[in-house]
Design a protein around this ligand. Structure first.
Ligand code: YYY
Ligand code: MG
Length: 140
């Protein structure tokens, strides 16, 4: 597998608890390199654009509300098999189901406040990176 890029987000429940650094250490420890990073506070339209594929789901409104409730950290991660590697170190969506040693198991609060986002495919990584970063902000 060649080197790949993926979009990572540290969510408001994690910035609120001041554990961004602990999460970044987990990502770096898994062999992922941060090649772009910024702290932002999303407006409703930013969250709606990012999560457009979930529109209509019962959790959508709560998700948009949560993702605009505080600062988040947007990151591009690079590494071998970065998309799957990031998903593996994140753990399953619901922290209760996440494997021991994963970010969501150790830091996630519940299904909504699950600390991190990671792209789920090469197509979504490309779309999400393009939504969140200009080319000049990515320094590989
Ligand atoms: O990719 P991942 O974040 O693991 O889960 P998705 O199914 O893409 O859902 C995105 C996001 O929505 C999830 O991280 C939390 C929230 N969510 C929720 O609050 N309740 C659900 N039943 C499903 C998802
Ligand atoms: Mg997803």
């Amino acid at each position: 597998m060649a080197s790949e890029r993926t979009l990572s987000i540290i969510k408001p429940d994690a910035t609120e608890r001041n554990i961004s650094g602990l999460i970044i250490a987990r990502l770096e420890g898994a062999g992922l390199r941060v090649i772009a990073q910024k702290r932002v506070w999303w407006k409703k339209k930013d969250a709606q654009a990012f999560y457009e594929m979930h529109k209509g789901q019962d959790f959508y409104k709560g998700l948009i509300q949560f993702m605009t409730s505080g600062p988040i950290v947007l990151q591009v991660l690079e590494g071998e098999d970065a998309i799957a590697r990031n998903r593996a170190v994140m753990g399953r969506t619901n922290p209760v189901d996440a494997e021991p040693g994963t970010i969501r198991k150790d830091f996630g609060v519940n299904m909504q406040r699950n600390s991190v986002h990671g792209s789920d495919s090469p197509e979504s990584a490309k779309r999400e990176i393009g939504l969140c970063f200009k080319k000049s902000e990515i320094v590989g």
